[in-house]
Design a protein around this ligand. Structure first.
Ligand code: 4AD
Ligand code: MG
Length: 466
């Protein structure tokens, strides 16, 4: 067998020295067409959105073998690499030897070449990476994960691994998945009839984390600049195109940063990621632009080249109250903004990404720095076109007494928070951070409309297939 080359290499590199030599490629058949004398097989190996064409002179091959070459089958092909006469490809392979690794019967292989709906492909999520669309999306997902690590590493941040199993509810929303090894049909009880969590694996009640922030703050108050990048879990029963029960979050946390610094970091970070995608993933972006969202590239460039609008929640409420548009959820000072409000501000009013700050304290988490007005906190949400909230963050309350008072007001169990409070007793410092939802970022980067289509195996209410 000759030396194997990946298709991305053959289509993207200077391969003059390989022309007219025999090479090997491996991959899956996308299409096969031809006539009595010759077959054209388009092969894709996942390394790039484009296929390579294999030309088969039928006279040279056994009929039984040729029958096995159908859409979805996996092949290993040896052949001469030649410059292509055909349109749309620079090189092709004249087959000399073909081995069929795995057949895919046309009777039952679900991914025949006709176009499939995204809904149908969700039902066969285990096969959808073999389509051009999901190949492009998951290559972009990889590229964005790499770019995130690169950005932080280049800016002197340390990657801190925060725990996935925890006893504290960072966001205080009570939306946690419990973790237990107890027999649910035979729960140990205390004398007063409550569940005896002392008998559980960790000796206390535990859950999957909704955020790595609290532990991230400990990291920032020692290492200076940290970030987390890991899975988070939320048992919120919202079946929307923007919510997952298991999603990935990136959470930078920086000592000595105030809210202004935090906003600057968020804007710089998001623009870096968009630029990285445009500079490194144009084949996949162009494909998605042509296939699904004709404004994708324009939108990415627009966000990259314009400053984000920054304004206070109170000012945003005034704008929404004056809007001619009828909202499904009524607007008043103190309400949490719905996606329709966020998208009105971004898409219709400012026509630009918006960073909203200084939200009412009652709709935000306990840890946010309290403003002197007694009503608002130093929160910030970054709102994006087509997405709504892509980032949520804040300056943190560094004052022990104020933080403790807020924890008491909200009746957050202090037995789970003592270690967090201790950071405000010893060497406390101003600090800020935020959380970027990785799949929300990918919705924006890929132009996809449903969050289930930017994660390989989505977890949503009622669905944990694959
Ligand atoms: O606004 P959130 O809840 O903020 C936090 O968790 C903070 N602890 C972050 C921090 O300051 N370190 O979530 C942050 C982001 C949201 O802006 C959104 O992009 C994403 O996480 N997110 C979700 N993404 C998908 N599915 C869900 N159910 C999500 N919930 C939040
Ligand atoms: Mg939020």
């Amino acid at each position: 067998m000759s030396k194997r080359f990946e298709i991305a290499y053959l289509l993207k590199s200077n391969i003059d020295n390989l022309i007219d030599t025999t090479i090997n490629i491996k991959g899956w058949v996308r299409t096969k067409r031809g006539n009595k004398n010759v077959a054209f097989i388009a092969i894709n190996d996942g390394s790039i959105v484009h296929n390579i064409q294999v030309v088969v002179d039928l006279a040279n091959f056994d009929e039984e073998l040729l029958k096995k070459i159908t859409t979805g089958a996996c092949l290993s092909v040896d052949g001469k690499l030649v410059k292509s006469m055909g349109q749309g490809q620079s090189v092709e392979i004249q087959a000399e030897q073909i081995e069929v690794y795995g057949e895919a019967s046309p009777e039952d292989y679900p991914l025949q070449k006709k176009g499939h709906s995204l809904e149908f492909l969700r039902e066969i999520a285990y096969l959808r990476p073999r389509t051009n669309t999901f190949g492009a999306i998951f290559r972009l997902r990889h590229a964005m994960a790499f770019a995130i690590h690169k950005y932080f590493n280049d800016h002197g941040f340390f990657y801190l691994h925060t725990p996935l199993i925890t006893a504290s509810d960072c966001e205080g929303a009570g939306e946690m998945f419990q973790v237990t090894t107890m027999d649910l049909n035979n729960l140990p009880k205390t004398e007063d009839g409550a569940i005896d969590y002392q008998k559980d694996f960790f000796g206390k009640q535990t859950s999957l984390t909704v955020s790595g922030q609290l532990e991230g703050e400990l990291g920032a108050l020692s290492l200076g600049k940290i970030y987390t990048f890991g899975p988070t879990f939320r048992a919120e029963n919202s079946n929307t195109p923007r919510h997952l029960a298991e999603f990935w979050m990136i959470e930078p946390e920086v000592a000595f940063n105030d809210l202004e610094d935090n906003m600057n970091l968020a804007e710089d970070f998001l623009k870096y990621l968009i630029r990285y995608a445009l500079d490194n993933c144009m084949d996949d972006l162009q494909f998605l632009n042509n296939m699904w969202d004709k404004e994708l590239l324009e939108r990415l460039n627009f966000v990259l080249n314009n400053s984000f609008v920054r304004l206070k929640y109170t000012e945003a409420i005034d704008i929404l109250l004056q809007a001619k548009k009828k909202f499904e959820f009524p607007v008043a000072w103190g309400v949490d903004l719905q996606s329709e409000h966020e998208r009105y501000l971004v898409e219709e009013h400012f026509k630009c990404p918006v960073i909203l700050i200084d939200y009412p304290k009652d709709i935000k988490a306990f840890y946010m720095k309290q403003n002197d007005d007694g009503k608002t906190v130093r929160a910030m949400d970054v709102l994006f076109p087509k997405i709504g909230e892509i980032i949520g963050g804040s300056q943190r309350e560094e004052n022990y007494d104020k933080l403790l008072k807020r924890i008491e007001e909200l009746e957050i169990p202090q037995k789970d928070m003592w270690w967090y409070l201790d950071t405000r007793r010893w060497g406390s410092a101003p600090h800020s951070g935020f959380g970027l939802g990785f799949e929300r970022l990918l919705l924006f980067i890929t132009g996809m409309a449903n969050i289930r289509d930017v994660i390989p195996f989505p977890r949503t209410p009622g669905n944990a297939e694959f």
